[in-house]
Design a protein around this ligand. Structure first.
Ligand code: AHR
Length: 489
């Protein structure tokens, strides 16, 4: 019997819905043959954007989407991606497969995609190979309301009204693919570039600085916070869960139980990273004015056999669902500092929520976790306590998160990491309020189970009725390798 207590009178931080964000890069088949098929495609689309993908993202209430990179961002020149598509300049995507990028998906297309999905755009600017003027004019182009050179150009290109662009990243991985800079050099450049990322009218920009290199580069956080902490709203952090080494990451499917647990152990390292970077941030920013933005996270395996190594296409199993569940519970627990997170990436790249092949589309196990967790968006974290036992070195059997929404409804997300053991759960809802009804949904299967184009529903959410609520006590069994959402009101 595992004991779980949810202290419904002990309210903690607000869980920013942007923690449930995603990331789309010009990489492999994320944009082209992913979200964007073009207006003339036989695949149902609106203004070139795949309708099935837009609908799927609306269903999980995707709150924010980062674009155009990643490493691509520091090679991207936004003016190449506006105006008549036939005359847009082509470039070589040197980071990702050396393919030709024809720039048919640019600023207007990205903002149109966000409009259709109903999510906030998060644009990542170019520091590595761009100029201050270029970055400044991009913001003017998108958001200036009135007569100006860039607003006039935007109108000429068919969009007289300004867009709202709240989130703007000043460079990406500038310690590596974004220019191989040292932290003090980047921090000075950040101060300079962000000066010209202007607020126009009521468009108040949330400026995000590039965070640490190798995720545990605490010196980067120290230097950038010391030099530039007063000039930013957010500091990014990237961390990927790689089961083997970066040279030999191992396959996305067909893994053994040890590799499964090793993957989860590495995913859990996110907690230590956030804790230690937060300690440094709190030294320079005790009032928590600067948010931590984990704008790249997720699993990274060897690519699927026969696919372009530069396209980072990988399958997605129940192991990925458990990685997503434990990571999102960690973000919720740190929601006093973590204000946004963006899993990498949206479609057909790394730990995707959606895979496509021609007109076919499948929702991955990771997608279903975002569905199970969507009621945490903007809810208030509740204090909770869970008795756990180890199932592998450094890996507990269970992980939990609980929140209360604006209507007083409690949402509990619980993951059973164990590959083979189910656990009876005795959950007490402590506090003044009396709860009368409980319902649950579950995602469960063997650790290696996945969906593909011939079997799109092998892993899917089902209703879970085998739970009782009596005197504010919930009782149920959570099966092995499972993620549950429990709703109590
Ligand atoms: O998500 C893939 C790549 O990983 C991104 O382009 C880069 O920022 C990171 O190294």
């Amino acid at each position: 019997m595992a004991k779980l207590s949810i202290h419904t009178d002990e309210k903690k931080s607000k869980i920013n819905r942007n923690i449930y964000g995603n990331f789309s890069e010009h990489l492999g088949r994320c944009i082209y043959n992913g979200i964007y098929v073009g207006e003339n495609s036989d695949i149902p689309n609106v203004n070139g954007m795949r309708t099935d993908i837009v609908e799927a993202l609306k269903a999980i209430k995707l709150p924010v989407l980062r674009w155009p990179g990643g490493c691509f961002a520091d090679e991207y020149h936004w003016k190449d991606g506006i105006g008549p598509k036939e005359t847009r300049k082509k470039m070589v995507n040197t980071h990702w497969g050396g393919v030709v990028e024809d720039n048919t998906f640019g600023t207007h297309e990205f903002l149109e995609f966000c409009r259709q999905v109903g999510c906030e755009p998060y644009i990542n600017g170019n520091v590595g190979s761009g100029t201050v003027q270029e970055m400044s004019e991009w913001m003017e182009y998108m958001t200036f309301d009135g007569i100006s050179p860039m607003a006039d150009l935007r109108a000429k290109n068919g969009h007289a009204e300004p867009w709202k662009v709240k989130y703007f990243g000043v460079g990406n991985e500038n310690w590596g693919c974004g220019g191989n800079m040292r932290p003090s050099y980047y921090a000075d450049l950040y101060r300079r570039f962000q000066t010209y990322v202007r607020d126009y009218g009521d468009n108040h920009v949330f400026r995000i600085a590039c965070g640490p290199g190798i995720a545990d580069d605490y010196n980067w956080t120290e230097e950038v916070m010391r030099i530039a902490g007063n000039y930013m709203n957010g500091l990014s952090l990237h961390y990927y869960t790689v089961p083997g080494t970066f040279e030999k990451k191992t396959a996305a499917t067909g893994f053994d139980t040890n590799t499964y647990y090793e993957t989860i152990r590495k995913a859990l390292y996110m907690d230590e990273l956030i804790t230690r970077h937060t300690e440094i941030m709190s030294h320079y920013d005790p009032e928590h004015k600067v948010g931590l933005v984990v704008d790249e996270w997720g699993t990274w395996y060897d690519v699927e056999p026969g696919t372009n190594p530069g396209f980072l296409y990988q399958q997605n199993t129940m192991r990925d669902a458990i990685v997503a569940a434990v990571t999102l519970n960690i973000f919720n627990a740190h929601s006093d500092r973590v204000v946004m997170a963006n899993i990498a990436q949206l479609v057909n790249v790394l730990q995707s929520v959606i895979l496509t092949e021609g007109e076919k589309m499948v929702l991955t196990p990771t997608y279903h976790v975002f569905d199970l967790y969507k009621h945490h968006h903007d809810a208030t974290l509740l204090n909770s306590h869970l008795e756990t036992e180890g199932v592998y070195a450094g890996v507990p059997n269970l992980t939990v998160s609980a929140s209360e929404d604006e209507n007083g409804v409690v949402h509990i997300t619980l993951a059973n990491i164990s590959a083979d053991t189910a656990y009876p759960i005795d959950c007490a809802l402590t506090g003044k309020k009396k709860y009368n009804t409980a319902s649950a949904r579950i995602l469960t299967n063997s650790i290696g189970a996945y969906n593909d184009f011939d079997h799109p529903e092998d892993v899917k959410i089902t209703d879970f009725d085998a739970l009782t609520l009596e005197n504010n006590n919930l009782h149920f069994n959570i099966p092995a390798c499972a993620v549950m959402e429990i709703t109590v009101s």
